[in-house]
Design a protein. Sequence first.
Length: 624
Amino acid sequence: MAGFVIECPNCGKYHMTQKRFFFFTKRTIDCDCGYTIHVKTDKVTTKVCPHCGNTIVYDQSKAKNAVCPVCKQKLSVGDGKTVVSFTCPTCACTLTADRSTSTYTCPLCDTVVDVQQQLGKAKVAKAGVASLIKYEGDNTVFVWKHPLEDFNLGSQLIVHESQEALLFRNGRALDLFPAGRYTLETEKLPILNEFYKLPAGTEGAFHSEVYFINMAVQMGLRWGTDSKVRLFDPATGMHIEIGASGQYNVRVIDSRKLVLKMVGTSMGLRQESQDSGVMSFQASFKPLILTQVKSRLPQIIKQNQINILEIDEQLALLSEGLRKSLNEYLADYGLEMPEFFVTTVVLPDDENFNRLRQQYADRFLNVREEQIKKETSTAALEREKVDMERQVLRAETEARMKVARAQGEAESYRMQAQAEAEEMRMKGYTYQQETARQVGVGIATNSSAGGAGGMADIANLGMGLGMMGGVIHMTKDALNPMMETFTETPPVLTTGWDCACGQKGNQGKFCQNCGKPQPQPEDTWDCECGQKGNRGKFCQNCGKPRPQKEDTWDCECGQKGNRGKFCQNCGKPRPQKDDTWNCVCGKTGNRGKFCDECGNPRPAVTQAVDTAAPDAGNGQEPSV
């Protein structure tokens, strides 16, 4: 008695049948799927040759010797000893196939099942090798589901650094494990033990699922707009189209939220995946990234008034704005972008944009040309100022030299006059006597030469005496200015001031009769428009404000009229003003809290005191 394996045409499940000599013991077989297999007619079926890929028809009762008519290779059709059973990972139905089959399509959910992988998992579970649970993959994986789903109590779970493991049972997310080594025991699984009361000390297996989540930052993921972004450039007033691209880094911040909301029942999540059971991150989030970039990029450019021709200078600003916008949506999936980079902005290359570029270039050149002209004009003014200062310095030097020369000549004449006067004094006569002698000699000479009579001589003598007096006065008048130069000017007598009470000739600051203080001259000023004697802060005629007095000071080196903090001549810093004040008694320049003269305390209001105090920077009297 011998038999063969026949495949159900409906579900693909294999069944054993037996035959005797010349007839079959059973003509029909009832399959679990509800289909009735007619052995005589259904034994002829089709199969794809694993060698050449052609579909051939063969008799299952002679499957052991079946050969492909195209490539002449043996079909390796299973017999009863090579038929295996496995479970569909999607719908969990039981399937049967030949042991050498690589893939099998589930008839219920159309899932392409990796037969060898399912057989390997069953073998591992049966041998108890699943006592060590861990994942050591590359950094392109976000979530990885362990292929085994049955674990023994006491199995070791190893979670590496930058990983977390999430345990599922009966579709419920239970315990979350950080980095470390764990033993799967009921007392160490609080959430599992709460929902599922396992017998204490049991060593049986329990059905569960383990997801490993990669918490490390995954870097260098690329993005780019698939079409141009239309925006309105606020700087140029033009509607333009630009493109953008770059890279970003992403990481998981909430493992449970990512697995529950995105991964679900799939086998995991990778950056890019071609496997139907594993999700692709870039394929899933590409619409979100492109939508946010296209909508937020024009807004950021408009809000920050970014010139499209200078957009490369603002790439960091654009990147940060887009990163914040994307993280608001990624947080719902337990993800975050720590860095988002806009590395390239593609500008339009049409005629209008090229014309705009040329306009900006021309405007820059014009502005630069005006700056050069301004700098040239400023340099010319500086040169004129230096030349003028040099001329002023030369004129001052020449004036000083003339004064010194005149003083030298005057001193020389004075010394000569002193020598002549000393000589006359030693000889016993004066300048007037010498002058009279000279006049007399002249008269005598004239008389002898003319031969005139006595009356003429007398007349000439009288005339000579008169002339001698005139010469003496002329000489005196000539010497007086020179002598005044070397003598001290006598003090000018002041007439004093008159008080309103009638007292005249007051010499002090207070009236001798009534004690009133000396009236100060009115603080008036003249305007440029010609109005004189203005008393207020504005001109009575044109309304212009009163010009402020320049804050100048004199240096010890002799340089006067300095305006800055340092001397123009020697570079010394401006001296600090002494904190002095004037008393009502007339004492000025007090430095303490009490008057040095009368002992009165310093007034509390310092503004009026500062107005009357002398300027300590230049030593000048304060203006009234």
